[in-house]
Design a protein around this ligand. Structure first.
Ligand code: HPA
Length: 232
């Protein structure tokens, strides 16, 4: 086992879906996977492996924010040899044309996190999705009439901002929405030469000050998970 994941090497598949919420991981395993087995309960951060259309797939909760998520991304890549990591999560819209329940593919992830600051000094690193996964996601969604947006997202270190207008400077530069993990995922995946993509569903909007109901969240989560499972 690794420090935060109590599994044997072969318990985890080469491809892993990564919701922030561990209960969402359980829900995905129970709803979409056949013969799902729970391999991790450490800190309540559930991980499962099962089959989807004859493919072996794992789903692992990662917690909220880059510091928590990087623990799981790191151990999955370095200790368990995971090659494909797909985050499935929620985000807050920064743009008028992106509404509740819309799906966003994060092509790149700006961030307020300091993870890359020290390493590149004055330069700023651009965490970027894996092109193959992104293309596959776009093709699958198009073929199945699932609307989506693709572009730059913000991986924020703060869910709650003291300044309700702080998001506008990002919005003006074309950032589509905010979440809290993609920049960490893309950075560690690129460094380790593995594939990563963040697929997001809009759960709230900073533009209209509205949020999805629990039921709406579940329905749209289904589409996002369907895309993720079909591109691995
Ligand atoms: N900000 C950051 N992360 C989020 C948000 C948000 O508005 N909504 C869902 N995840």
């Amino acid at each position: 086992m690794s420090l935060h994941i109590d599994a044997n090497k072969n318990d985890i598949a080469d491809a892993v879906l990564l919701p922030g919420d561990p209960l969402r991981a359980k829900w995905i395993a129970e709803t979409f996977l056949e013969n799902a087995v729970c391999y991790n309960k450490v800190r309540g951060m559930f991980g499962y492996t099962g089959n989807y259309k004859d493919k072996r797939v794992s789903v692992q909760g990662s917690g909220m924010g880059i510091p928590s998520a990087l623990i799981y991304y790191h151990e999955l890549i370095k200790e368990y040899g995971v090659k494909t990591l797909i985050r499935v999560g929620t985000a807050g819209s920064y743009q008028k044309h992106i509404g509740l329940k819309d799906i966003v593919f994060a092509m790149s992830a700006s961030t307020t996190s300091g993870i890359n600051k020290k390493q590149f000094g004055f330069g700023s690193y651009a965490p970027t999705a894996d092109f193959d996964l992104l293309i596959k996601a776009a093709e699958y969604a198009t073929k199945n009439n699932i609307a989506f947006n693709a572009g730059n997202v913000l991986s924020s270190d703060q869910f709650y901002s003291e300044d309700p207008d702080a998001y506008k400077k990002w919005a003006k530069s074309g950032v589509l929405c905010a979440e809290m993990e993609a920049a960490g995922l893309y950075t560690i995946a690129s460094k380790n030469n593995v594939q990563a993509l963040a697929i997001l569903t809009i759960s709230d909007s900073l533009v209209s000050n509205t949020a999805c109901s629990a039921e709406e969240r579940e329905n749209t989560f289904t589409k996002m998970v369907e895309i993720a499972l079909n591109i691995i």
